[in-house]
Design a protein around this ligand. Structure first.
Ligand code: C2E
Ligand code: MG
Ligand code: MG
Ligand code: MG
Length: 288
């Protein structure tokens, strides 16, 4: 993309754009090696029932610790992974790691995993999910896939087929960032979602802006009439939580309830226990 000079519509060649492309290319190369160099990790953010405060599950969020640049946001490197053909590998890594982690949790909370539109466009996804469930021993009904509208609007027929295959295994599907796409209502009507995740941008002003509050109420009413639970994303203060509780929102996620963090920290905070490792009592293999 070329920058345009203010006051004109003419785009000029801008050498700083070469620099941007070069940096992204370098990051893509670094990301390619990040898998073997053990620089990738998952953090988990709690999702709670609004009415009871019970933990429902955790959303897995990928983290990359770059050896020189430090922590890089997924908002930066996911698009790079998509552009440079690394998203299938990254997406599969996240799914495998998240399912393996969740298989060791007590009690058996759900794990929610973000799936990129490009991953969803790939016909192999249901097979990959099934293989990972078998391999990790995680029950299918403990996995939730988070999809955005951009993932499904390209080809409706195909998306519907794909969703049915995934749901057929018992995996649930959440519609992520709801309200930010451009055809939200149509998407809701056409696809069998198990959860609506109302985007943080609506929650930000839900307790201070009457128009935003009215829209949130409308989405909650929509969820109720479609019998799809609504989760509010990005709750940061108790005013927001109070309003959402009052309006009958089903689930909540946000810094107020818990920041994304490593499983070790969640365990040491006492919010999760891990199954005992049965190294001593492992069944002896029958080698006859
Ligand atoms: P998302 O799936 O909508 O995830 C929610 C994002 O909001 C996370 O940012 C989370 O840390 C942040 N968040 C949660 N509560 C609060 C809050 O109260 N306040 C604020 N300010 N932020 C909050 P994160 O981890 O940086 O991820 C950003 C986006 O990157 C995600 O949005 C998702 O679209 C993408 N992403 C993250 N991990 C993965 C992954 O494993 N695979 C794919 N394909 N995308 C991922
Ligand atoms: Mg998400
Ligand atoms: Mg979201
Ligand atoms: Mg988002």
């Amino acid at each position: 993309r070329a920058k345009s000079t203010p006051g004109t519509n003419v785009a000029f060649y801008d050498p700083s754009m070469d620099e941007v492309v070069r940096k992204r290319k370098n990051l893509a190369n670094d990301l390619r090696q990040a898998f073997d160099r053990d620089e990738l990790d998952l953090h988990f953010q709690v999702q709670k029932s609004v009415s009871t405060g019970d933990i429902r599950g955790y959303e897995a969020l990928v983290r990359w610790k770059h050896p020189e640049h430090g922590d890089i946001s997924p908002e930066v490197f996911i698009p790079i992974a998509e552009e440079y053909g690394l998203i299938l590998q990254l997406g599969e890594w996240v799914l495998r790691k998240a399912c393996a982690r969740a298989a060791s949790w007590l009690p058996p909370y759900k794990v929610a995993v973000n799936v990129s539109p490009l991953q969803f466009a790939h016909a192999d996804l249901p097979k990959v999910i099934l293989e990972i469930l078998v391999e990790t021993g995680l029950a299918a009904n403990r996995l939730e896939i988070e999809l955005t509208e951009t993932a499904i609007f390209a080809d409706k027929e195909r998306s519907l087929h794909m969703l049915r295959q995934i749901k057929g295994m018992g995996v649930t599907i959440a519609l992520d960032d709801f309200g930010t796409g451009y055809s939200s209502l149509d998407t809701l009507r056409a696809f069998p979602f198990d959860k609506i995740k109302l985007d943080k941008s609506f929650i930000d002003h839900v307790d201070s802006n009457e128009q935003t509050a009215a829209m949130v109420r409308a989405v909650l009413a929509l969820g109720r009439s479609l019998k799809i639970p609504v989760l509010a994303e990005g709750i940061e203060n108790s005013g927001q939580l109070a309003m959402l509780t009052f309006e009958g929102c089903d689930e909540a996620q946000g810094f107020l309830l818990g920041r994304p963090m490593s499983i070790d920290r969640i365990v040491s905070a006492g919010h999760l226990s891990l199954k005992p490792v049965m190294s001593q009592t492992e069944p002896v293999e029958d080698r006859r």
